[in-house]
Design a protein around this ligand. Sequence first.
Ligand code: FE2
Ligand code: FE2
Length: 463
Amino acid sequence: MDRGGAHYIPILKPQNEGDVIEVSDIYPGQVQAAILKDGVKLYTDQEDTLASVPELFNGSVIIQTKYNSRQDASLVNYFKWTQYPSTPHPDQVVLTWSDDPQTTQTLQWRTDTSVQEGHVRFQNKASFNRFNPKPLDKVLARFEVLETPNIINDPISHRFFATLTGLQPDATYVYSVGDGSEDGWTELSEFTTAPSRIEPFSFIYMGDAQNGLDRWGSLVHNAFRERPDAAFYIMAGDLVNRGNDRDDWDSFFYNADDIYDRRQLVPVIGNHENQGGHPTLYLRNFDLFKNGPEGVEKERAYAFEYSNALFVVLDSNIKPETQTAWLEKVLSETKATWKFVTYHHPAYSSAPSRDNASIRKEWLPLFDKYHVDLALQGHDHAYLRTFPMKGEKKVASPKEGTVYIVSVSGTKMYEQDPRNYTEFGMTNTATYQVLDIQISGDRLVYRAYDIDGKLKDELVIQK
Ligand SMILES: [Fe+2]
Ligand SMILES: [Fe+2]
């Protein structure tokens, strides 16, 4: 009853026979009260009905909610305190991409409501002199008011977004964000644009952070310390546990501090971002590519290229068939040597009694046809690397098939069943994965490390 799983049906009945219950001031307006009887509608916007009502409840009052809010009912812990309220000073500074990674950089951050203006100042590091700085370039950010009324101590904050354009490829820039006043700037940070040629590069992929975000914070900081050369971080969904409670995001951003303001975050929507049926806060938090399939809400699925690799981000919370045609278009048009797909619900599950057959049916024929190298997945909270698979069968080498990974970076852990597709699996181990595209870009070294930096799994693919 603190949000999670479809809710019970709220029914109100007077304590004393003969008394009448009147429900008023219902919020939000789409919610309504009705008399409970056989055939009554459960939701205001769906045809689902209750076939028969127990005699005891017949004639009482039912609160009909919207279908997409069916997981929203909360009897306890609805109102929350955030440990990390917004302040006039910008925080939660995060780098993402919403356009060409070679020449643009998107930034987002937040402040409290006293700040109405946001600016980015930046300069190519090659021409930056800390002691004798030339005037930095400046860009004005747009801002959005983020209302999260259940966060008692910080119900409204401001989120700022800016995209720097016309940047040089393969260049490091220094930047800071602020309200435009002299002393309102953050410490200088850095980002690096994508190369315009085929170049070796590394990136990090992580499964669900979700629970134990402070422990996850240590893991991600260790990853950064061990591999500062890794260009960006893919998170395959369930970044947080309660995706529409802002306090959870505040704690995520707090624990990612000093990482995502210098390495781009490439996020994926998990079922926990989709809390209540829509990833509202996720979409409000991040400005991402809007090049996904027609008919699917923008930023839920997207694709981009980096060096000689294609990355396709899919949303497994919505019907896979909504993205199939687009996926085929992207995979068929790319000239990239490496093809990576990432989505939350695994095509091959690691946890017992879990299965996502519709993903196999819709997407795997395309992974096979266009030879996707690796599928980076989450959701099952136990580490799995499959054999190379094609046509849902084990094949001899990654040259012939796709390798599917499930991993977890937080503290919630599931059991694992041995399956015929498992090449390597482990339980109770949070990991981060470093993927190195090496030599002249035709060799991939994939390694999984635990929180202490111990190597737990390795795979080499040579084209
Ligand atoms: Fe999860
Ligand atoms: Fe999940």
